[in-house]
Design a binder for this molecule. Sequence first.
Ligand SMILES: *[C@@H]1O[C@H](CO)[C@@H](O)[C@H](O)[C@H]1NC(C)=O
Ligand SMILES: *[C@@H]1O[C@H](CO)[C@@H](O)[C@H](O)[C@H]1NC(C)=O
Ligand SMILES: *[C@@H]1O[C@H](CO)[C@@H](O)[C@H](O)[C@H]1NC(C)=O
Ligand SMILES: *[C@@H]1O[C@H](CO)[C@@H](O)[C@H](O)[C@H]1NC(C)=O
Ligand SMILES: *[C@@H]1O[C@H](CO)[C@@H](O)[C@H](O)[C@H]1NC(C)=O
Ligand SMILES: *[C@@H]1O[C@H](CO)[C@@H](O)[C@H](O)[C@H]1NC(C)=O
Ligand SMILES: *[C@@H]1O[C@H](CO)[C@@H](O)[C@H](O)[C@H]1NC(C)=O
Ligand SMILES: *[C@@H]1O[C@H](CO)[C@@H](O)[C@H](O)[C@H]1NC(C)=O
Ligand SMILES: *[C@@H]1O[C@H](CO)[C@@H](O)[C@H](O)[C@H]1NC(C)=O
Ligand SMILES: *[C@@H]1O[C@H](CO)[C@@H](O)[C@H](O)[C@H]1NC(C)=O
Ligand SMILES: *[C@@H]1O[C@H](CO)[C@@H](O)[C@H](O)[C@H]1NC(C)=O
Ligand SMILES: *[C@@H]1O[C@H](CO)[C@@H](O)[C@H](O)[C@H]1NC(C)=O
Length: 493
Amino acid sequence: MISFWCLLLWITTTLAFSNNGSSVQSNSTVNITSFSNVSSPFGYTNGNTSNSFHYRGVALGGWLLLEPWITPLLFNATIPASGNTSEMAVDEYTFCQVLGKDEALKRLHNHWTTFYNESDIQDIKNYGFNMVRVPIGYWAFEMLPDDPYVPGAREYLDKVINWLHKYDLKVWIDVHGVPGSQNGFDNSGRFLNNTPGWQNSTENIDLSHRVLRKIYTRYGSSEFYSQYGDTILGIEVVNEPMGPKLNMTQVADFYEKSYKDARVYSDTNNTIVFHDAFQPAGYWDPFLNSTGSEPGRLKNYNILIDHHHYEVFSAGELNSTISTHLNNIRNYAMGIQREEQSHPAVVGEWSAALTDCTPWLNSVHFGTRWEGTFPYTNKPINNKYLGKCANINNWDTWSKQHKRFTRKYIEMQLDQYESKMNGWIFWTYKTENSIEWDFKKLAKYELFPQPFSKRQYIVDGVDTKPETGASARLTPKDSVTVLMVMLLAVFLF
Ligand SMILES: *[C@@H]1O[C@H](CO)[C@@H](O)[C@H](O)[C@H]1NC(C)=O
Ligand SMILES: *[C@@H]1O[C@H](CO)[C@@H](O)[C@H](O)[C@H]1NC(C)=O
Ligand SMILES: *[C@@H]1O[C@H](CO)[C@@H](O)[C@H](O)[C@H]1NC(C)=O
Ligand SMILES: *[C@@H]1O[C@H](CO)[C@@H](O)[C@H](O)[C@H]1NC(C)=O
Ligand SMILES: *[C@@H]1O[C@H](CO)[C@@H](O)[C@H](O)[C@H]1NC(C)=O
Ligand SMILES: *[C@@H]1O[C@H](CO)[C@@H](O)[C@H](O)[C@H]1NC(C)=O
Ligand SMILES: *[C@@H]1O[C@H](CO)[C@@H](O)[C@H](O)[C@H]1NC(C)=O
Ligand SMILES: *[C@@H]1O[C@H](CO)[C@@H](O)[C@H](O)[C@H]1NC(C)=O
Ligand SMILES: *[C@@H]1O[C@H](CO)[C@@H](O)[C@H](O)[C@H]1NC(C)=O
Ligand SMILES: *[C@@H]1O[C@H](CO)[C@@H](O)[C@H](O)[C@H]1NC(C)=O
Ligand SMILES: *[C@@H]1O[C@H](CO)[C@@H](O)[C@H](O)[C@H]1NC(C)=O
Ligand SMILES: *[C@@H]1O[C@H](CO)[C@@H](O)[C@H](O)[C@H]1NC(C)=O
């Protein structure tokens, strides 16, 4: 019996992978308009958000692709016996390099097995989410000859799809790292000082396409569909390609080829997701835009534009009053609402962070703009620091103001992303220590509304309890202040 199931598993796996993407080259003879009116499982929107799937999602960040700030303990465990931190891993690439493939696989296997399991998926359902975004690196499918990475994450992608199906949740598979790195961020698997190397060789681009074809072939097969129905909601071809540092003609070309391949290699018409590549809202309006030919019943490529929004990666944004932060959200959402005329769109990443204080958020060995520490020391705006970071992950020290601001910031994003577009996906479900980026903790501390529709402050885009005067700017207490307040309290009472 066991060997029969093993055989079956082997046959299914082999079948799914026998077409490894090399038998059909990127097909320039395919006229893309032949894929311009696909029928999709959830119905299309094109400006009509009432009859389509509305995303209320959360990312499973730092699981199948490591990010140091999400799991700092895994990375601290790579500090050598000498204690020389310059030799520790700073991303999944160096994690595997520093430890060697055998030890890396051992630790990764343990991480994959423990960081997420079925009960997390059940909790995610109970919190009211309807989908998850699962980031994964290309090396789970195929590698460059000299890559230090270890494979194995794909098995867990299959596992989570099985659980998601069980709890009636949808999934969007997100290729979060491509060969050479599309942005040079540690979250692509390879930290290259924020400089992409993806387009430096055709080998990188070709491998990216081959990996996507494997994904389309497997997760878009009719076999998969017959087992999991419409659980696979979408496939994102590449997360956050750093447009301003890349050749955008080539990015658009990659996007178009990936789209064609999706329709050639998949049996199902999954939504193909394109990140905005850090271009302004509306930039992608002409791309695969077949709207307008038929009022009411529009042609449908079934694509989705993915926007990410944070306000902590520049000193100017950090140094904002809460009302400016809330205004920024309204303006940002308005831009995306206009874009809905051409394509459906979501904010596929956002967080509750009002500081960049979470350790290593800006990369391992990097300090923060909030404190003005390396390498953010010589910018004029940081001649004075904005605050102290020390207690950012210590809930007991959070001020009432910080809690209130955070809840307002979350509520405004829910309000705007719910009403002006096809929904949202929070980054991320859990972390080892962070609060500002951790849904589970934010929900536990009642900063993230439960249910999502519950509001304490924001109603129809308006802050019903606005701040006044100097208190409108976030001023987290540092440890000294906390100590003084405690001493004062002891003294007074
Ligand atoms: C996959 O494709 C590559 C070339 O693109 C080829 O070298 C390799 O043998 C193929 N692997 C399988 C399992 O078919
Ligand atoms: C390209 O697609 C066409 C139509 O689907 C097909 O006939 C042709 O064989 C494909 N060419 C290649 C190189 O795959
Ligand atoms: C693709 O097909 C459409 C409609 O059939 C046609 O108008 C268009 O010229 C074709 N494009 C190319 C590049 O052949
Ligand atoms: C995909 O869209 C095409 C074109 O509308 C349609 O013929 C086909 O049945 C769709 N496939 C599925 C699985 O829905
Ligand atoms: C939007 O979709 C809903 C539900 O399918 C439909 O009732 C409504 O007429 C559509 N609105 C427009 C403007 O097409
Ligand atoms: C990781 O190591 C650094 C440097 O030794 C230390 O400052 C930090 O507290 C450690 N982080 C965790 C989560 O243990
Ligand atoms: C720590 O490691 C770095 C990188 O290998 C090396 O350049 C440096 O000299 C080492 N420092 C010490 C104190 O050994
Ligand atoms: C890729 O090319 C850019 C521009 O020439 C260069 O700055 C970067 O260092 C290269 N990256 C890699 C990984 O080779
Ligand atoms: C971008 O790539 C295209 C296509 O490969 C090329 O024609 C163009 O010169 C490149 N642009 C720049 C600024 O390098
Ligand atoms: C996309 O299509 C819509 C509907 O026809 C149109 O309003 C919009 O201007 C188009 N965008 C571009 C840039 O072509
Ligand atoms: C798109 O497909 C639908 C059926 O799914 C059809 O009613 C409609 O006429 C098609 N639109 C165009 C512009 O071909
Ligand atoms: C923050 O902005 C205010 C004005 O809004 C300015 O006075 C202050 O210097 C800024 N702080 C820093 C550290 O840049």
